[in-house]
Every structure is written in C-alpha cells, then in structure tokens.
Design a protein around this ligand. Structure first.
Ligand SMILES: [Zn+2]
Length: 216
C-alpha cells in the first residue's frame, strides 16, 4: 500500500515535470494571425465625388466613416484596418486596389455615397463586380454589409447589385457600399451626422466580422 502510494506520487511529479518541460519547449500559444482589412474611402482631393444641395461632399463622408470603421476595429488585435487614404487626397483607382494587394488584405471594402437627379430617391445598395457569381466570397461579403448598413440607415434596402468596378483589380473579396444618397435630404442629414456615421461604421465592421466568422 505504501509503495503503491509512493509510485503514484512519483508518477504525479514526473507528469508535472514533463508538463513544465512541454510548456518550456513550446512557449505560450502563438497569437492568432492578424487579418488585414482594407477600407477604401471613395474619392478625395480634387475629386469631391457627389455633392449635396448644401455643398456637403461625398469624399468627406467616406473618409469620416472609413476612419470610424478603423476605430471600431481597435478592440480586436486579430484585425488590422488599413485605409487607402487617411486624409483629403486624390488616390488613383488602380492604386487603391494595389494597396490592398500589397498589404495582403483578406478583403476590400470601398465606401461611397450615391447621387440622383431625383431628390426623392434614397436607400443603401452594395455592389460586387459583374464577373462575380452569386455564391462568390464577394457576394457573401456584400450581403453581410448590405443587410446591416440598410438596417441602420432605416430608409430603403436597394439590395446587392453588380456593375463593372475598379475594385475588381483587388485580388481578394471586394465590394463597394453606397451608404445612401447625398441628394436626398433625409439621408444626407444622416450621412453628415457623427453619431449616425458611427452607426454606419459599426454596421460595416459587424458585417466584416460576420463574414470573417462564417469563413473561419
Ligand atoms: Zn462615389
């Protein structure tokens, strides 16, 4: 009985020792990989994009929301948001996709604001390149963003659409979100309002996280 107990103690200590050695060899668990997300604030510099009746410019709204998406991401060390521009400057369309490719981004989200000659037209729409199939990664990302941004804007969900886009030069899933119409009085008010911009940015970020979670 006593010998048996001693054997158990010895084996137990051996187990602890091996455990300590194993931890010493492998070290702490490796941190999860960082995924680079590129947020592209449409237009900039000499290119104002769409302009509202009150003189507000698409380029300012897209930059504000892009920065807020980056801010929303700061709590997650596994996500790094890179902006194609972080100030009011002109960036060539080809360079926007090139930045995403060079950074090894896992997805590319371009932010824009719509315009229409009819001021009653409103709503959110998200574009994928017309070469993308409905079940492509870009289409799934577009659906995740469209649903959430349309919900926080609370106007009209114009759905996911396809067009020939510059973002197709990006070598990763890429979408373009038209966050609302600067030519519509109600949507312009929301797009210029900081707390609404935060809600839109949170919707974009949650859409990205949902997409990434589904892909894991
Ligand atoms: Zn635009």
């Amino acid at each position: 009985m006593k010998r048996h107990l001693r054997l158990v103690v010895v084996l137990g200590l051996l187990g602890i020792a091996l455990g300590v050695v194993a931890i010493g060899v492998s070290g702490p668990p490796a941190p999860p990989p960082v995924r680079v997300i590129v947020i592209d604030a449409g237009h900039g510099g000499e290119d104002p994009g769409a302009v509202g009746a009150d003189g507000s410019k698409e380029k300012d709204i897209t930059l504000a929301v892009a920065r807020l998406v980056r801010m929303a991401s700061l709590g997650d060390p596994t996500i790094q948001v890179v902006l194609t521009r972080d100030r009011d400057e002109f960036v060539e369309l080809a360079d926007r996709a090139r930045i995403a490719n060079q950074k090894g981004a896992v997805l590319f989200v371009s932010l824009h604001v719509n315009a229409c000659s009819d001021p009653s037209v409103c709503g959110v729409e998200t574009y994928v390149d017309s070469k993308q199939r409905d079940d492509s990664a870009s289409s799934r990302l577009a659906a995740a963003l469209q649903e959430r941004v349309a919900r926080v804007m609370g106007t009209r969900n114009r759905g996911v659409r396809s067009a020939s886009l510059y973002i197709t030069r990006a070598q990763m899933p890429a979408v373009l979100v038209e966050m609302g119409f600067i030519t519509n009085y109600q949507e312009r008010g929301a797009l210029k309002n900081l707390s609404r911009q935060r809600e839109i940015a949170a919707a974009v970020y949650e859409g990205i996280r949902s997409y990434l979670g589904d892909e894991d």
